[in-house]
Design a protein around this ligand. Structure first.
Ligand SMILES: Cc1ncc(COP(=O)(O)O)c(C=O)c1O
Length: 341
């Protein structure tokens, strides 16, 4: 099987497993796990912030950050197809009492003036806007990257209005590699970031919330309340440290493979290679006789796994466990199916 459903399907490498096996551990709820502390310090340093907190998942990291910014009854602004809106199962409302208002999403294309016009001030009787969340890279947008200049404008908006700025940076590593922007530059533009070690970087589990020391002290309380306090979790933090050390620069290989796939499938009219910026390729099947579930099922019969994201959009993701031979096989299978569609 060649599994391109997500970059979360990677398995830890032998070197990562070895780092995990020999990790020094302690009870992290007591703040005693030296490997977790090292991971948190390293992540904070990479993004130029004071502190970081290890969390079991990207969803929990996002939700902790949103609760840091938005008290119950307050409002979050986000894109309509942001992960925090679409795939976190209503957690902001269900767990944080947070009201969400969305701008019409076009992936990573943000209109800062439109967002500015949506902000509602503190005070009776309207719902006060307390945070804006931006996704980098944008998953449903096809791994697209919000340009640094746009993020700088958003930072200015946040400074002028006092509305918090959070980055769902599950795949921010990809943006850094694709645009040649440092993680510290991204870090300087956000009050909080959530980043994932388990998407493309090859760690089996783990995300981090990054921000000020004060915010991370509060984040620790929210994490425990959500059931995310973990004990000898240095075993997982060791995988994360290994991922940060060894698996960021190589993301350029995943981007090159994604582009090669897009170029090979472009003649079938399902993808514009210029739109592929990182490791996600969206196939637009609206003009094909195959819809996304049908293409997915037929490809699976030939050992290639992809995701039907929407009825007419299939998603293909390259990652650490996809090599050139796997990509060649994928191109053969998908080209064959699209040719006969
Ligand atoms: C952009 C984005 N944010 C957050 C998450 C949530 O991560 P997790 O699945 O670890 O909860 C994902 C998961 O795919 C994602 O794509």
């Amino acid at each position: 099987m060649v599994d391109l459903r997500s970059d979360t399907v990677t398995r830890p490498t032998p070197a990562m497993r070895e780092a995990m096996a020999y990790a020094e551990v302690g009870d992290d709820v007591f703040g005693d796990d030296p490997t977790v502390l090292r991971l948190e310090a390293r992540a904070a340093e990479m993004f130029g912030h004071e502190a970081a907190l290890f969390a079991p998942s990207g969803t929990m990291a996002n939700q902790i950050a949103l609760q840091l910014h938005v008290p119950a009854g307050g409002e979050l602004l986000a894109g309509g197809d942001a992960h925090v809106v679409t795939y976190e199962l209503g957690a902001a409302a269900a767990l944080g009492g947070i009201s969400t208002r969305t701008w019409p999403s076009a992936g990573a294309e943000l209109d800062v003036e439109q967002i500015a016009a949506m902000i509602r001030p503190l005070g009776y009787p309207s719902v006060p806007t307390r945070a804006i969340a931006v996704e980098q890279t944008h998953n449903l947008g096809g791994g697209t990257v919000v340009p640094l200049s746009v993020l700088r404008d958003l930072r200015g908006l946040s400074d002028r209005t006092g509305v918090g700025l959070h980055c769902d940076g599950a795949r921010i590593w990809h943006a850094a590699v694709a645009d040649g922007v440092s993680l510290a530059d991204y870090g300087s533009l956000f009050d909080t970031l959530s980043v994932c070690l388990s998407k493309g970087l090859g760690a089996p589990v783990g995300s981090l919330i990054i921000g000020s020391r004060d915010k991370m002290t509060q984040a620790r309380v929210i994490r425990k309340r959500l059931g995310g306090g973990m004990r000898q979790v240095g075993i997982l933090a060791a995988a994360g440290l290994h991922a940060l050390e060894h698996h960021i620069d190589r993301l350029a290989d995943d981007h090159a493979r994604a582009r090669r796939l897009a170029e090979a499938l472009a003649p079938h009219g399902v993808v514009d290679p210029a739109a592929v910026r990182t490791n996600i390729v969206l196939l637009d099947l609206s003009k094909s006789t195959l819809d996304a579930p049908a293409l997915t099922a037929l490809a699976a019969e030939q050992g290639v796994l992809i995701s039907p994201m929407l009825p007419s959009i299939a998603r293909v993701i390259t990652h650490l466990d996809i090599d050139d031979a796997g990509l060649d096989r994928t191109i053969d299978v998908l080209s064959g199916l699209l040719r006969s569609a």
